[in-house]
Design a protein around this ligand. Structure first.
Ligand SMILES: [Zn+2]
Ligand SMILES: [Zn+2]
Length: 143
């Protein structure tokens, strides 16, 4: 379950936003932390609903926003207009490969790619803050 430090950080984040600490909002945090997938807000909403916690879509959406803004979750834009969320806690930087057929998302890290990106930025005297590297194609199962 959610560890204490995480929970108190989350409560601080809610307070900072002027929001009440509710079981619903804590359920969103728990749902994001326990599932390593890349899910839409609707998936998170459905998962919480099946746990018999009454929550509104608006609350899920708003809480996900707060999780992203405060470094608990990462929001992915895969170019299809549907935001995906994944946990950022205990999840180091990685890039994604996305299957155009089934939508599967494969995570990868390549240190050479990371290094080359940094070198390119340096060459242009560009101060790199973040990068998004996404590869689109057809996965092994769909080929
Ligand atoms: Zn596929
Ligand atoms: Zn990921």
């Amino acid at each position: 379950m959610t560890n204490n430090k995480l929970l108190s950080d989350f409560k601080d984040a809610l307070r900072k936003e002027g929001l009440k600490i509710t079981p619903q909002r804590i359920a969103v945090l728990e749902e994001i932390i326990k599932n390593k997938g890349h899910r839409e807000s609707e998936d998170v909403y459905m998962a919480i609903k099946t746990r018999k916690t009454h929550v509104s879509r608006a609350t899920v959406y708003r809480t996900l926003d707060i999780l992203v803004q405060n470094g608990f979750a990462r929001k992915l834009n895969l170019g299809d207009g549907r935001a995906r969320y994944e946990p950022k806690i205990d999840s180091p930087h990685h890039d994604h490969m996305i299957c155009n057929n089934c939508g599967k998302i494969i995570e990868f890290v390549n240190h050479e790619i990371e290094k080359i990106q940094e070198e390119i930025a340096k060459h242009h005297q560009f101060k790199l803050q973040q990068h998004i590297h996404q590869l689109f194609g057809i996965c092994k199962e769909c080929q």
